[in-house]
Design a binder for this molecule. Structure first.
Ligand code: FAD
Length: 360
């Protein structure tokens, strides 16, 4: 028999987005429940130095930063469940969520389930201490490029992500070599041109990376390459490896319920974190294929919590269509002229006295 819970705000995920949402919701006295998921603390727990999160002049280790987030959320009364959601029913409020041991009813739901970088699955790639992840292997140029000043690095991939990462990394690296397993790139024409015209970037075609070489003392020293045309192997010396074969948002369980793009990123309203289902909000990397940073995830987590607070306070919240909706189901048209009541009645959204001088 599953334990039954009913909460005002349930947050799926405990990365920067989920825990920031928790801090805001907890300080608004909404007693949020965070389902921590398979990776408590999120993606930053598998990295070492984080140097671009504001407020830490000397930088901070990823796991330590996330402990601080969690402690701050706990301090204001956030409740945690260390399990993950495997099934949802968003057909009506309260929404129903299932973990292995719990059936949870949620008046509002904040989805902060993040995304996972795709990896090659080769020896040497795992996070330290099992591999060289954080010791020269990365999946985020914006995050880690700075550590590779004057170094010779490789980028794995042939799509837009790889071209973008390679181009960005030329700010720091002495040489960037793109390793691609086919003889042509998948990247868009404009991204290819940018990379081909960059003197610091060269390409190795028809080649697969079989292993990342190095030790915890030396960091990355090279890669073992396999030419899939000549069938020959060789060692290629380098000091850094960026895996740039894309990301996958952790949103499969919302398929059929929530609007998402072709890859699975959840769609949210332009100026709010509302999804197409009133009362369900999404934040962080689960809805952001572009910025993918801890600080932007935290920022949208704050927005999602404020949206949920407003919704629970019976105030209108913007939706992806431009309309606003209240918890009772009243719809304010995008031009703010009309309110459509839940029974279909249409009423003007005008203040009592149009002639009164508005001061706000
Ligand atoms: C190696 C690496 C280094 C990075 N370095 C930096 C850096 O230096 N600076 C920076 O700003 N950004 C960095 N990033 C990016 C940053 O980590 C992400 O942008 C950020 O963590 C996204 O936060 P999030 O809360 O949206 O999602 P995530 O951090 O991905 O967290 C997702 C959360 O959802 C949970 N979850 C998933 N599925 C379920 C489920 N079914 N049920 C319940 N919970 C679930 C997970 O357990 C996890 O807690 C790095 C990323 C990586 C991979």
């Amino acid at each position: 028999m599953k334990e039954q819970l009913h909460r005002s705000v349930v947050i799926i995920g405990s990365g920067p987005a989920g825990l920031t949402a928790a801090i805001y919701a907890a300080r608004a006295d909404l007693k949020p429940l965070v389902i921590e998921g398979p990776q408590p603390g999120g993606q930053l727990t598998i990295t070492t130095d984080v140097e671009n999160y504001p407020g830490f002049a000397e930088g901070i280790q990823g796991p330590e930063l996330m402990e601080q987030f969690r402690a701050q959320a706990a301090r204001f009364g956030t409740e945690f469940i260390t399990s993950w959601i495997d099934q949802v029913d968003l057909s009506k409020r309260p929404f129903t969520l299932h973990t292995e041991d719990h059936e949870i009813r949620a008046e509002t739901l904040i989805i902060a389930s993040g995304a996972s970088a795709k990896w090659l699955g080769i020896p040497g790639e795992a996070p330290a201490p099992h591999g060289l992840g954080g010791l020269g292997v990365s999946a985020c140029a914006t995050c880690d490029g700075f550590f590779f000043k004057g170094k010779k690095i490789i980028v794995a991939g042939g799509g837009d992500t790889a071209m973008e990462e390679a181009t960005f990394l030329t700010r720091y690296a002495s040489r960037v070599t793109v390793i691609h397993r086919r003889e042509q790139l998948r990247a868009s024409k404009i991204m290819q041109e940018k990379a081909f015209n960059n003197e610091k970037i060269d390409f190795i075609w028809n080649t697969e990376i079989k292993e990342i070489i190095g030790t915890s003392e030396t960091g990355v020293t090279g890669v073992r390459l396999y030419d899939n045309v000549t069938k020959e192997e060789r060692i290629f010396k380098c000091e850094g490896v960026f895996i740039a074969i894309g990301h996958k948002p952790n949103t499969d369980m919302f398929r059929g319920w929530l609007e998402m793009d072709a890859v699975g990123y959840l769609k949210t309203a332009g100026r709010s974190m509302a999804t197409n289902i009133p009362g369900v909000f999404a934040c962080g990397d689960a809805q952001d294929s572009f910025y993918r940073q801890a600080v932007t995830a935290a920022g949208t987590g704050c927005m999602a919590a404020i949206d949920a607070e407003r919704f629970l306070d019976h105030l209108p919240v913007p939706t992806p269509t431009g309309e606003e909706i209240t918890i009772e189901g009243e719809r304010v048209t995008a031009d703010h002229e009309i309110v459509i009541m839940p029974d279909g009645e249409v009423v003007p959204n005008k203040a009592e006295s149009e002639s009164a001088t508005a001061s706000d």
